[in-house]
Structures are given as structure tokens and as C-alpha cells.
Design a protein around this ligand. Structure first.
Ligand code: ADP
Ligand code: MG
Length: 563
């Protein structure tokens, strides 16, 4: 510690480059500090440090981290505590550029696997970035002394020692995350695809703010006939709406909360922090939101179960385009979700192509079936379930045609769900079969991105991977637009995806397997060895994506040949 102080005082007023000399390891009274990387100038990406505390010294009760899910929850809690500590103890701006800023990557309303904090039997490690202070372009060593000697120890004391945290709150966090995990696994045993507990608060503060709507939010209350109960290890028995296998329709007037419920189900693949309102909403972990996404690129996807005999005899068994339509993009999104092994499709009329969803009798009378390439979802949604075991939850306020194919119909009335299956059945008609029966879903085209698709090179750089925002991934020459991939929720996932595509390219792309088999291996490596295997340096800003979002990124690459 004193060595570092001396170094910093000595470089005060010198060229910023003099900071390079502080890289290394320093022992403080309560922790060990590693300065892993020093930035080149005050405007560059900030310097990377990590802090290690002996686990025995941090003294978190063993039971809070000795299973994987509990450890992930505790790591999440500690990272948030570090962030709060930074907020409280760090002055912030201390000169030019990023001078004086300290930062740790944390999740928002969800709890994700990240690499900012690690709890292991020996040490607890926290990874931060820090803007080494400058006056103009000169090193401000004295300001740096204040950051390392005063601020950092306060942050670490406040967040990495159990004794300084609210022990009730830590335990509640860990217990809540564990319950959510159990709830999600229970779905499989209970024969359900989703669950929404009574009392859940689904609406969000705004369309761009994922925090709960605080005022006038009506708590969810399951309709009697669809109620299930489950016993969770920490909260005991809870009650709520169970959504079963098959086709579930969500109907109701405009602005009655249909999309809000579907959004909650989309996010139900993730665990949420206590107080979010959705911490007892769970969907099967492979649930995929599917929407229309006109303009996206498609590479060799078998969309023939939905779209066939296109004008000029265009192939739809191995369909590629630079510019998909609403219906072709939605069809490809479904087929790609099946390729990833989904059990549940989540579809909202608000973001669907109408001609993909329905084709009513009068339109069938006017435009003969053989003139219409699209077999709408309404004619295929039962096949999806019967042939592939894939269930659907569909929001549809605008057409009663779907009554004919639904197993369950839930009506939202002023945000409250009602079971209207019986009434909807009474209105249903026998399904008019399409004159040409649709093609089977069970023949996926085995496809694989070629070397040029996966090349990370740009200009004179061998590897150039960059994340500009949550939805904006630059991979080599490719600009990947993820704005319509709605279950991608954290920029840390986007960063990981860039690195994981490169890892896939190096390890599994050329070994003769198809895309998904290769990506499954990447996911297994991530789960077993951690996110660090993807990055050449020690960073703390990665979060684990799902297989589906990782595949979605590769599926949206525009250039290059697929095999
Ligand atoms: P729909 O899809 O049926 O048209 P939305 O789900 O978009 O309706 O919801 C309409 C509005 O109602 C949104 O502003 C949403 O935040 C709000 N809302 C949804 N559920 C609730 C609830 N349980 N309590 C209060 N407001 C809600
Ligand atoms: Mg809606």
C-alpha cells in the first residue's frame, strides 16, 4: 500500500504515461489490490483493477454461497453493494476525461451470471474500472492517492464484508433467487410452461424503464380454474396462474394489460431482484419471444412449413434473403427458435405480421390457397404442439379465429385475468383445413455459417469486436442489429456474444457440426469454466446470454456464405 502511495506521489504532474508503472499487486490492510491494466490517456477506456478479500475474512455464512444458484445470487448482491458503495463514497470527476470515475458492471432488474464478482472458497474478488485522474494530460497523482487510499477501501469495506451489510437483506436476496430457480424447474414437473403468482406486479415504470410501476399497479390474481400451488424452499406455499402445454390465447380489450402479461412471461426466463414485482413469474428457460422483423437477413432457413411456392419458384426449404418481409421474418424467427430447442413460443399481435397470423374465410374465397404462399400460424400452431411438442402463448385481441385452435383462453379485463375457455369454445368452429396440408416441422435443414460469416477481421486488425450498445454488435466487418431480439436485456450479454462468436469460430465452427450443436458446446464451456475463457484479458463487464440470443446474433449476420 505504501509502495503504491509513493509511486503515485512521485508521478504527480508527470506525463500520463507514467501511470503505466503502477500496474501490479499491492497489499492493503483489508484486501489485495491488483492493477491489471492502466489506460493510455484520460480519455481512453478506463483502467482495470481487481480487489481480493479472503473469504474467511469476509465472513459470509457458508450456506449463502455453497450451491451454484446461491453463489450467483450472492455475487449479484455484492456487485450491487459495490455499486452503492461507489455512489456513496466516491467523489467522481477529478479532472479531465474519465478522471476519478469508479465503476462496476451490475445487472438491472434481473440477476444474470456475470464476471464482476466471484465468490470462491478462498477469495472474494471484485473487478472494477477506474479512471486514473489527470489534469489536462498530466497525471494527477495526489488525486489518485485519494481514490486508492481513501475511497476504494471504503467501498470494499462497505460491500465485501458481511458484517457491514444488512444480513437480512443478503439472505432475502439469495433466498428469493433460489426460489425462482426452483419455481422454473418445477414447471417441467407440473406440466406447465409458465407461472404467474398472485400478487405479482407486472406493469413497468415506462416503456423504457424496466423498474416496477409504483402507483396504481393492480396486483395479479389468478382465475380460479387455472390456479396452481407450489411449495418453494424459502417462501413456502404460493398460489398463482399456471399456463399449461398446448395453445394458450390471451384476449381482452385494448389497453387491458395483455402485452404487459406477455412481456412478463418473456422476462420470466430470468430471475429478478426482490421488489421487482416479477420475482414469482417464471417461464421455461428456453421460451422465445417471436415477432415480425422485416428487413432482417435470413440465411438458409427452412421456412417451408409456413411459406411455400413463392413467385418465380423461389426456394423456401433453404431460404435466404437480405431483406425479409414481415411474414418471412416471423416464420424464420419461429424456425430458428425450434432449431434452438424451444418449448414455448411467445407471440404478440402488436409485433406480428397480420398475414402471418390469420387468413379469414373471405380472403380465402378471394385469393385461392394456391395463390397464397403463406400458411398462417393459425393453421400450424396445433401442428407445432402435436408434431414438435412446442407450446404457444399468443396475445390476440383482434381476431376470434384463434378460438378454434386454443386449449385455454385467458381474458384480461381491467388487468385482471379470467378463464373464458368455455365461452370461447362455444364460439369456436371446426377448423377449416387448408387445402394443401402444411409441410412437417421435423426436417430442419442442417446449416452452418461459413468462414467469411465468422471472420472477426476488420481493416488491418485481425480481430475487431466491439459493442456500441445493447442492440449494436460490431463483429469484424459485420454490423449486427439486435434491436428486435427482445429477450436480450443487458449490454454485458451483447459483449459476451461478440466474444463467444469468436470462440465458436475458433473451436467449434469447422468441426463438421451444425450451428446449434456448436453453440451448445460454447454454452456448456461457459457454464463449466466461466465467462473468463472468452476474453483475452481480465475484464468484469460480461454477462451470460442464453443460447437463443447467441444464435440470434449469428443468424442476423448479413454478409457471407452459409453451408
Ligand atoms: P394491451 O396489450 O392489452 O393493449 P398493455 O399491456 O399494453 O395493454 O397495457 C396497457 C397499459 O396498462 C400499460 O400502460 C400498462 O403499463 C398498464 N398496465 C398493465 N397491467 C397493469 C396493472 N396490473 N396495473 C396497472 N396498470 C397496468
Ligand atoms: Mg398490446
Amino acid at each position: 500500500m505504501e509502495t503504491l502511495r509513493k509511486k503515485l506521489l512521485a508521478l504527480d504532474g508527470k506525463s500520463y504515461k507514467a501511470y503505466k508503472n503502477i500496474e501490479g499487486r499491492y497489499t492493503f490492510p483489508n484486501f489485495v489490490l491488483n492493477i491489471d491494466h492502466v489506460q493510455g490517456d484520460p480519455f481512453a477506456t478506463p483502467s482495470r483493477i481487481n480487489v481480493q478479500v479472503a473469504t474467511s475474512h469476509a465472513a459470509f455464512p457458508d450456506d449463502l454461497w455453497q450451491t451454484t444458484v446461491r453463489r450467483i445470487a450472492l455475487e449479484d448482491f455484492i456487485a450491487r453493494a459495490v455499486r452503492q458503495g461507489i455512489h456513496k463514497h466516491v467523489k467522481g470527476r477529478r479532472g479531465s476525461g474519465g478522471s476519478g470515475k469508479m465503476h462496476i458492471s451490475t445487472s438491472g432488474q434481473q440477476v444474470l451470471v456475470r464476471n464482476a464478482v466471484f465468490v470462491s472458497p478462498d477469495v472474494i474478488e471484485a473487478r472494477l474500472t477506474l479512471g486514473l485522474p489527470a489534469q489536462g494530460r498530466r497525471a494527477a497523482g495526489r488525486e489518485a492517492v485519494a481514490m486508492f487510499m481513501d475511497e476504494l477501501p471504503e467501498v470494499i469495506d462497505a460491500a465485501l464484508y458481511h458484517a457491514n451489510l444488512d444480513s437480512q437483506q443478503v439472505r432475502q436476496h439469495v433466498h428469493s433467487i433460489e426460489d425462482q430457480d426452483v419455481l422454473r424447474h418445477w414447471l417441467q414437473d407440473a406440466g406447465l410452461v409458465a407461472f404467474v403468482a398472485d400478487g405479482a406486479l407486472l406493469p413497468r415504470a415506462s416503456g423504457v424503464d424496466d423498474r416496477p410501476l409504483c402507483e396504481n399497479a393492480l396486483p395479479f390474481m389468478a382465475p380460479g380454474p387455472l390456479t396452481h400451488t407450489v411449495i418453494l424452499p424459502n417462501s413456502g406455499e404460493i398460489r398463482g396462474l399456471g399456463i399449461g402445454h398446448g395453445v394458450t390465447l390471451i384476449v381482452g380489450g385494448g389497453f387491458h394489460g395483455k402485452s404487459t402479461l406477455l412481456h412478463a412471461l418473456e422476462r420470466g426466463v430470468y430471475n429478478h431482484i426482490p421488489g421487482d414485482g416479477r420475482e414469482r413469474v417464471a417461464t421455461v428457460e428456453n421460451a422465445v419471444k417471436v415477432r415480425a422483423e422485416d428487413g432482417r437477413a435470413i440465411s438458409r432457413v427452412n421456412i417451408s412449413p409456413f411459406i411455400d411456392h413463392l413467385p418465380f419458384g423461389r426456394d423456401t426449404v433453404s431460404f435466404s434473403t437480405e431483406n425479409a418481409s414481415g411474414s418471412t421474418s416471423q416464420a424464420a424467427n419461429i424456425i430458428e427458435a425450434l432449431e434452438c430447442g424451444t418449448q414455448l413460443l411467445l407471440i404478440d399481435e402488436d409485433t406480428s405480421a397480420t398475414n402471418f397470423m390469420i387468413r379469414d374465410e373471405r380472403m380465402q374465397a378471394l385469393v385461392a390457397d394456391d395463390k397464397e404462399p403463406i400458411t398462417p400460424l393459425i393453421h400450424r400452431v396445433r401442428d407445432l404442439y402435436q408434431q414438435c411438442g412446442v407450446s404457444s402463448v399468443i396475445v390476440m385481441g383482434g381476431s376470434g379465429d384463434y378460438f378454434d385452435v386454443a386449449d385455454t383462453v385467458i381474458m384480461l379485463d381491467a388487468y385482471q385475468p379470467h378463464d373464458v375457455t368455455t365461452q370461447a369454445r362455444a364460439l369456436a368452429r371446426s377448423i377449416v383445413p387448408a387445402t394443401t396440408p402444411g409441410k412437417a416441422f421435423d426436417e430442419p435443414v442442417s446449416r452452418r455459417p461459413g468462414v467469411d460469416v465468422l471472420s472477426p477481421a476488420r481493416a488491418n486488425r485481425e480481430v475487431k469486436i466491439n459493442t456500441r450498445g445493447l442492440n449494436d454488435l460490431l463483429y469484424g466487418e459485420h454490423h449486427i442489429d439486435l434491436s428486435q431480439v427482445e429477450q436480450l436485456i443487458d449490454i454485458g450479454q451483447t459483449r459476451s456474444m461478440g466474444l463467444m462468436i469468436y470462440y465458436f469460430a475458433q473451436h467449434y465452427a469447422a468441426t463438421g457440426e451444425n450451428l446449434i450443436q456448436g453453440l451448445q458446446k460454447v454454452m456448456t464451456d461457459a457454464q463449466q469454466q466461466g465467462l473468463d475463457i472468452f476474453s483475452p484479458y481480465k475484464v468484469g463487464d460480461l454477462a451470460l446470454p442464453r443460447l437463443h440470443e447467441l444464435a440470434a446474433a449469428i443468424n442476423r449476420i448479413r454478409e457471407g456464405q452459409w453451408q
